[in-house]
Design a protein around this ligand. Structure first.
Ligand code: ADP
Length: 508
């Protein structure tokens, strides 16, 4: 009887493998990090072979450390970051590195797609917002600006397709990764003719589409050997990391929301059929044919607190070193000495431009309301609050698509009980924070069990990890309800100036 599933998450900063038992308890985990390179301005690229090696090594490590029999492994199941693009030649050799979601060299083409082509209609059929992250937009750019490369290109694939190509010598893509390319018509579960024509490619230049539950076996024997698994171990192709995070957090029932915030952040809920919002602000990606995840992603998550730590917190970093504590814990403890609302100080957190809810690469950060009574502690608290004000506006957009009953939260920010409490107070909702291991790896493992018939429906999986629950504190909710309209009015008036300040910077 098989006893274990390995969930593999091929992320942008690292690849993680987690060995789970069938109840979802994490037995072993192993992570290998890698760099995001920027050889030219605007690029954010990675070496596909380094990532493939990380997949092999992390699996090998958890199998070895878990001291398990090969025959006890039910399957390996895969999660991967969305929106990556690798151009390969006719022999499968990469002609480019993996262009990640963060690569924004195609920015001009996102505008072109919106203005000159049928941008909104394509978004409405594919669920991928029109943005430089989207492979469709990247293809428009490569076709125009990289004609030599374009001539040699045989296939356009993502990092997960590259890994499966290495293992099985077959080009396959699951509906979930495909649904984040901007090229996949979510009504037909097939490539979208108009999107492909704008991208300038033929369906034969893309991989074969398969459901996220598709099982592969008989991989190249040398790789089975490296990983220390049986040649016939089933490999479930799985889905993308965002939708699997919802599954891992137990947020797939109607009305459940998952909020994840690490470096960036996202708010997502699950529908039983594809859907979008009329303003074109939210994405919609496939988990399976019957589960679709709708939501919004923000750039300005934990990265904003990291910026504050790296630029304004030398003293706190030194204190943390002396006390052998995490600098983030010192910063949040200092913020906790200030009352909710930061005594009239409001921070707009758009240091990294913004995706949802603004879709404006030129957006900027700002403090408003500063007075002589404010000190550094106020600035820190205002930063934490500003990040959540922004996230809560994406939550409101998601809330507009259906009735929300519960929220689960995860990611680096959830290590701070102050930040979790703020989320609860600002959204005026109870928030539960499961103590689970990597939610995307767990999601992949649950999908793997479903693919192999161990559970009848994804919703049948019972999560074992205990959760910490944060309830809204009435006085704080009342305070934040007074501030949020001011935050929004300020944002409305700032919006027109973001472009102007960006232009000033470009010109100088
Ligand atoms: P990634 O998104 O890169 O996988 P994480 O999920 O670990 O990374 O999130 C990293 C972010 O989480 C940091 O930039 C920081 O803002 C936040 N963070 C990490 N630890 C803490 C903490 N103890 N308290 C508050 N925030 C934290």
């Amino acid at each position: 009887m098989s006893k274990y599933v390995i969930g593999v998450d091929i992320g942008t900063t690292s690849t993680k493998s987690v060995l789970f038992d069938l109840a979802g308890n994490a037995i072993e985990q192993y992570t290998i990090g890698y760099l995001l390179n920027a050889p030219v301005q605007g690029a954010a690229v990675q070496d596909p072979d380094e990532i493939f090696q990380a997949v092999l090594t992390t699996v090998k490590e958890v199998v070895c450390r878990g001291e398990i029999e090969q025959s006890d492994i039910l399957c390996l199941s895969f999660s991967a970051a969305m929106h990556s693009l690798i151009v390969v030649d006719a022999r499968g050799k990469p002609l480019t590195p993996s262009l990640t979601w963060a690569d924004n060299r195609s920015a001009g083409y996102a505008e072109k797609l919106k203005q000159e082509y049928n941008g909104y209609e394509i978004y409405a059929r594919t669920g991928t917002p029109i943005h430089p992250m989207s492979p469709l937009v990247k293809l428009m750019w490569l076709q125009e600006d990289e004609s030599e490369l374009w001539q040699k290109a045989a296939k356009f694939i993502s990092i997960k397709e590259y890994v499966f190509w290495q293992l099985f010598q077959e080009y396959v893509v699951d509906y979930s990764i495909a649904s984040a390319t901007g090229l996949f018509n979510f009504h037909d579960l097939d490539w979208d003719e108009e999107a492909l024509s704008i991208a300038g490619i033929k369906p034969s230049q893309l991989s074969k589409l398969v459901p996220t539950t598709q099982v592969f076996s008989s991989m190249q024997s040398k790789y089975a050997q490296v990983m220390g698994i049986d040649l016939d171990t089933p490999l479930v192709i799985g889905a993308n990391d965002g939708v699997l995070s919802n599954l891992g957090l137990g947020a797939i029932a109607p009305g459940t929301v998952a909020i994840t915030m690490g470096t960036s952040g996202a708010v997502r809920t699950t529908l039983n059929k594809p859907g979008i919002d009329t303003q074109g602000l939210l994405f919609c990606y496939a988990l399976t044919e019957n589960y679709w995840v709708i939501g919004g992603a923000v750039n300005n998550g934990g990265i904003v607190l990291r910026w504050l730590k790296d630029n304004l917190a030398d003293v706190e970093i030194n204190t943390a070193e002396l006390l052998k504590q995490d600098p983030y814990d010192i910063l949040t403890a200092i913020a906790n000495t200030i009352p909710p609302g930061s005594e009239g100080l409001i921070f707009h957190p758009y240091l990294a431009g913004e995706r949802s809810p603004l879709w404006d690469a030129n957006a900027r950060g700002s403090f408003f309301g500063l007075g002589l009574h404010h000190n550094k502690a106020h600035l820190i608290r205002a930063v934490l609050e500003g990040v959540i004000y922004n996230l809560s506006s994406v939550f409101q957009a998601v809330e507009g698509t259906r009735d929300i009953k519960s929220i689960s939260a995860a990611g680096g920010f959830a290590r701070s009980s102050l930040w979790c409490q703020m989320l609860s107070d600002i959204c005026d909702r109870e928030i539960s924070v499961p103590e689970s291991y990597e939610s995307s790896c767990l999601g992949a493992a649950i999908l793997g069990q479903y693919a192999l018939g161990k559970i009848k429906d994804l919703s049948d999986f019972k999560h074992v990890a205990p959760s910490k629950v944060y309830k809204p504190i009435r006085a704080n909710v009342a305070k934040y309800k007074q501030i949020l309209p001011i935050y929004s009015r300020l944002l409305d008036s700032f919006k027109s100036e973001y472009q102007a300040i960006a232009k000033l910077q470009q010109d100088s």
